[in-house]
Design a protein around this ligand. Structure first.
Ligand code: FHN
Length: 474
């Protein structure tokens, strides 16, 4: 009797789960959706992933006025001054005749980036204003037609590559200069004009890929308008073309829109492009957003609240300190992401002293502790209040990077089941590790206060079979 009941129950359960499976949403066939699922595992992507720390550079005509127009300071992002101060396009565009950064020294910039510990650099080849830092054959609005004349992109690529730093190209699809740019397609005329614009942008991107063969990745921006969302086919064409011209090229998720204008993730929830680039001036929560550890991603960050291009006045918002930014970098690496820290050079080609000091301070820490960041990712250990864990992707010891030292001097470590902490060391000195419950340890610190984040290396082994700890019966 018992057996009959069990069989009936099993049949009922099976029936329910089968019909649930039948109802489960089948992926919709998409023409312009994700091109693959899962993470890329080729050498180019492995390198991108292991870089972890990059320098973002926003440089364009907006660096000349630096947020000030006719004696008035506009506090909104400096690269948006044209729109904040309602400057007519012709007036703005004529700034190109003042573009003559006589103090620009690409080698100095590259050396500073190297000292900071950046492994890659992403430069605005063209921002929303439409001005090109390379002599493009598809427009006259470029650096070759300025008093400076020289190809800034070439100078930067050569100088950064000479320092062993990868160079990536930022490209804004949104273009305030080009007459055929449209925010939406509302008429046949819009459609024809925008098609011309898409051809222009496609040609420029191909030009960049062909002329600068060491470029590693393309960082798209300004793709959120309806005009682009209605042309998902173009975003896929561009991705394919870039990868054809430069095998191994990496493309961020901002480029892409699918058949329904869905961006970043397609209508089936699959990431488009090679990594997610939606984290701007924010980071995922290290406890609740662990889903991001399943795909590649990058966060980009400003030093003041929202300034990408050079702004003369940094007094109106909080300016992040090197320690805050270092914590963001480590936080990002601990969740398997890359951190892209922005710099906005001055119109004369120099880098403001605040940014130079910041780069030097970050570099000091990175020189000693960089191997807990480069090539490292999510360790899979439960986050604790003292800071972040990282683990080398190639395997090896788990790092604890301590930003908050408790007054007790005791750091709680909850090991994943089956893992036993056998040793903890700080700067080569062994720390006392005390097992206090099943999978739970205290690492004893030699002191409670530091002025820089401390890195502790944990050695582990298989769990010893023990009945020392019993779960409470309540
Ligand atoms: O509007 C731009 C902004 O100026 C800057 O380039 C950032 C960098 O991610 N992207 C845009 C806003 O998302």
């Amino acid at each position: 009797m018992m057996k009959v009941k069990q069989a009936a129950l099993a049949a009922m359960f099976l029936g329910v789960s089968l019909s649930a499976a039948a109802q489960e949403k089948q992926p919709e066939p998409l023409q312009y959706g994700a091109q693959y699922t899962g993470m890329r595992s080729d050498a180019a992507m492995d390198k991108w992933r292991s870089n972890r720390f990059g320098q973002f550079i926003h440089w364009g005509l907006y660096a000349i006025p630096g947020g000030v127009w006719n004696g008035k300071t506009y506090n909104y992002a400096a690269e948006f001054l044209k729109s904040s101060a309602k400057i007519p396009t012709a007036t703005w565009d004529s700034l190109m005749y003042q573009w003559n950064p006589q103090r620009f020294n690409a080698r100095q910039w590259a050396k500073m980036a190297k000292q900071m510990g950046a492994k890659y650099m992403t430069i605005t080849t063209k921002h929303h204003e439409g001005f090109c830092l390379w002599p493009s054959r598809y427009t006259s609005f470029h650096v070759g037609n300025t008093p400076y004349k020289k190809d800034i992109i070439r100078e930067l690529v050569d100088a950064y590559n000479a320092e062993g730093i990868d160079v990536n190209f930022y490209y804004s699809v949104l273009d305030w200069h080009h007459p055929d740019w449209r925010y939406d397609i509302k008429s046949a005329e819009d459609s024809v004009a925008f098609r011309r614009y898409l051809n222009f942008a496609y040609d420029q991107l191909k030009e960049l890929a062909v002329n600068y063969p060491t470029v590693k990745a393309f960082w798209f921006d300004g793709t959120w308008d309806n005009s682009v969302k209605k042309n998902g086919w173009w975003t896929l064409e561009v991705e394919k073309m870039l990868k054809e011209v430069r095998p191994g090229a990496i493309v961020n998720s901002r480029l892409r829109a699918d058949d329904h204008g869905k961006r970043h993730f397609d209508s089936n929830g699959r990431l488009m492009g090679d990594y997610e680039s939606g984290y701007e001036r924010r980071l995922p929560n290290p406890v609740t957003d662990l889903k991001v550890t399943k795909w590649d991603w990058e966060a980009c960050m400003t030093v003041p609240e929202n300034q990408w291009g050079y702004h003369k006045d940094w007094s109106v918002s909080h300016v992040k300190s090197p320690l805050e930014l270092l914590e963001m970098l480590v936080h990002t690496a601990s969740m398997g992401g890359n951190f892209l820290l922005n710099f906005g050079p001055v119109g004369d080609g120099t880098i403001r002293p605040e940014e130079q000091q910041l780069a030097a301070a970050i570099g000091t820490w990175m020189r000693q502790n960089g191997d807990a960041v480069y090539g490292c990712g999510y360790a899979g250990w439960e986050k604790q209040d003292w800071g972040y864990y990282t683990k080398p992707a190639a395997g090896g010891n788990v790092n604890m990077i301590v930003f908050n030292t408790p007054v007790s001097g005791l750091l709680k470590v909850k090991a994943p089941g089956g893992v036993r902490v056998t040793k903890a060391s700080l700067a080569g000195a062994t720390l006392r590790v005390e097992e206090i419950a099943k999978d739970l340890y205290l690492v004893h610190l030699p002191q409670q206060r530091w002025t820089a984040p401390q890195r502790i290396v944990l050695e582990t082994g298989g769990a010893a079979k023990t009945d020392r700890y019993q779960d409470a019966k309540t």
